[in-house]
Design a protein around this ligand. Structure first.
Ligand code: FAD
Length: 422
C-alpha cells in the first residue's frame, strides 16, 4: 500500500507516470483495479481512495444469475456469503420461494481480499483527489500523479437533469442469543405496515433479511420515497420491532444505511455533462452504470471492469480520451438498455398511489421465476416486458398511460448526509 508521499522528485515526471489512475476505491474502482491486475498485468495502474479502506462500509448482494457465467470469476477470490436454495418473498396476499441462488459480499471482505491480491504499490489509501484532468490527478495535499488515462469512479452525483425518486434503507447485523431458524434470505417481506406518517412521500416499504449464520441475521428496513430523507431512529425502531416479532433477541453488531436513486427518466447526456471532465473516463454509479429500479450496480461494475481490462490488455498504448470514449459508449448503451426499467419506475412513483405501490410488486412477484431473474439482471426479454405489463393491472389504466408518457419528476438533489459507522 502506498500511504506516504512518493519521492517528490518522481512526482509528475515521466518515470512516475502511471498508465491508469483510478480515482475512488469503491465497488467500481476496486473491481477495475482487480481486473487490470489479473487480465492486463503489464498495466501500471494506481487506485486511489479517500477513505482508510476500500469499499466504504456496507454489503453488496446480488442474485447469482445477475452476473453472466463467463464473468463470475472476477468475484471468485472474495469470501462471499451464499445461499444455494433460493430466497423467499412475502406479500399480504402472496408468499413464495424462488429458486435463484443469492450472494452477498461485505465491504470489509472486499477491502481484505483486494489488499491481499493487489501489489502494495498499486493502492493508495487516505488519498483524496482534489482535481482530475486528462493528464493526471492532483491530490488534496498538492501531490501530482501523472497518468496516461484517468478513470473517475467517485460516488454518484444526483442531478436535476434526471427524474425519479429514492430508495431509503437502514440495515442492522444482529447476533441473536439463540438460532434464528432461517435458512434462506427473505428478499422482500412486504407484509409489514405500508404507510408511515412522515410527509416524505414515503411508500412501499419492505423488510430484507439475510441469515448470515445460524445465529446472525442482517435485517434491513427499506422504503421507496419521493424525498432523499431518512429518520434513522424510526428505521431502527422498526427493525427492533420486526426482530422482536420473529423472536430474534440479541445484540446489534453492525449497521449500514443508504439513500439510493430510483431513476425514472431524464436527460442522460445533460446529467453526464455535469460530471464529465474532458479526457477523463467515467465508471461506476457516477458514470450511470446502475439498475434504475433497484439502484444496484454490482453486475454492471463486474462487466465494465472486465471490458476495461480486456481493452487495455489489447491496446496498451490507449489514450485517456480513447478510454473515456469507450466508457461513454458503454454508458449510453446501458442507458438505452434500461429504458424499460425507467418506465416501470414511473409506474411505481406516478401511476401507483403510494398506498398501492405494494400491489405493483406483488403482481410482479407472482410471475415466473426465470422472468424475475432476468428482470434483476436487467436482461428482460420482449416477452417478459409484455408479460409484466399484462394481466389484471395493479394500477388505474388512466394513471398508467399518464406515467407512460410522462417525463418523470426531477430528482431531488439535496441529499441527506448519513452517518457512516467507523
Ligand atoms: C448501504 C448500501 C448498501 C448497498 N447495497 C447494494 C447491493 O446490495 N448491491 C448493489 O449492487 N448495490 C448496492 N448499493 C449501491 C452501491 O452504491 C453501489 O452498488 C456501489 O457501491 C457503487 O459503487 P461505486 O464504486 O460506483 O461508488 P461508491 O461505492 O460510492 O465508491 C466511490 C468511492 O470513491 C471514494 N471517493 C470519493 N471522493 C474521492 C476523492 N476525491 N478521491 C478519492 N476517492 C474518493 C469514496 O470514498 C468511495 O470509496 C448499496 C449502497 C449502500 C450505501
Amino acid at each position: 500500500m502506498v500511504d506516504s508521499p512518493p519521492n517528490p522528485a518522481e512526482a509528475g515526471t515521466a518515470q512516475a507516470r502511471h498508465d491508469v489512475v483510478i480515482v475512488g476505491g469503491g465497488l467500481a474502482g476496486g473491481l477495475i483495479a482487480l481486473a487490470l491486475h489479473r487480465h492486463a498485468p503489464a498495466c501500471r495502474f494506481l487506485l486511489i481512495e479517500a477513505g482508510r479502506t476500500l469499499g466504504a462500509h456496507h454489503r453488496w448482494s446480488w442474485f447469482e444469475t445477475d452476473i453472466p457465467e463467463r464473468e463470475r470469476g472476477l468475484m471468485a477470490g472474495f469470501a462471499l456469503s451464499g445461499w444455494e436454495e433460493g430466497y423467499d418473498i412475502t406479500f399480504p396476499r402472496l408468499g413464495r420461494t424462488l429458486p435463484t441462488a443469492y450472494r452477498s459480499l461485505a465491504s470489509a471482505e472486499f477491502h481484505r481480499a483486494l489488499m491481499a491480491e493487489l501489489p502494495a504499490e498499486r493502492v493508495m489509501l487516505a488519498a483524496r483527489a482534489q482535481a482530475l484532468d486528462a493528464g493526471g490527478v492532483t491530490l488534496g495535499d498538492g501531490r501530482r500523479l501523472a497518468a496516461r488515462c484517468v478513470l473517475d469512479c467517485r460516488p454518484f452525483q444526483p442531478s436535476k437533469a434526471l427524474a425519479g425518486g429514492w430508495q431509503v434503507f437502514l440495515g442492522q447485523h444482529i447476533r441473536c442469543n439463540t438460532p434464528h431458524g432461517l435458512t434462506r434470505p427473505v428478499i422482500m417481506d412486504a407484509s409489514v405496515a405500508q404507510l408511515a406518517p412522515h410527509g416524505n412521500g414515503e411508500a412501499y416499504r419492505f423488510v430484507y433479511v439475510l441469515p448470515l449464520s445460524a445465529t446472525e441475521v442482517f435485517v434491513e428496513d427499506t422504503y421507496y420515497a419521493d424525498q432523499p430523507r431518512m429518520d434513522a431512529g424510526v428505521l431502527k425502531g422498526r427493525i427492533a420491532a420486526y426482530a422482536r416479532s420473529n423472536g430474534w433477541e440479541g445484540e446489534v453488531i453492525d449497521e449500514e444505511a443508504g439513500i439510493l436513486p430510483v431513476i425514472s427518466g431524464g436527460d442522460f447526456a445533460a446529467a453526464l455533462a455535469e460530471v464529465t471532465i474532458p479526457g477523463v473516463a467515467l465508471a461506476g454509479a457516477r458514470g450511470g452504470f446502475s439498475h434504475p429500479l433497484t439502484s444496484y450496480t454490482l453486475p454492471f461494475a463486474v462487466s465494465n471492469a472486465l471490458a476495461i481490462a480486456r481493452l487495455i490488455a489489447a491496446r496498451p498504448g490507449l489514450t485517456g480520451s480513447e478510454l473515456a470514449a469507450f466508457c461513454l459508449a458503454r454508458a449510453r448503451r446501458h442507458w438505452r438498455a434500461m429504458a424499460y426499467y425507467r418506465m416501470l419506475s414511473r409506474m411505481l412513483f406516478e401511476a401507483a398511489e403510494p398506498g398501492k405501490r405494494v400491489v405493483v410488486f406483488e403482481h410482479f412477484y407472482a410471475l415466473r421465476g426465470a422472468l424475475v431473474e432476468r428482470f434483476y439482471a436487467g436482461r428482460s426479454t420482449w416477452a417478459d416486458r409484455l408479460r409484466i405489463l399484462t394481466g389484471k393491472p395493479p394500477v388505474a389504466i388512466s394513471r398508467a398511460i399518464g406515467a407512460l408518457f410522462s417525463s418523470g419528476r426531477p430528482l431531488e438533489t439535496r441529499l441527506q448526509t448519513l452517518e457512516t459507522p467507523a
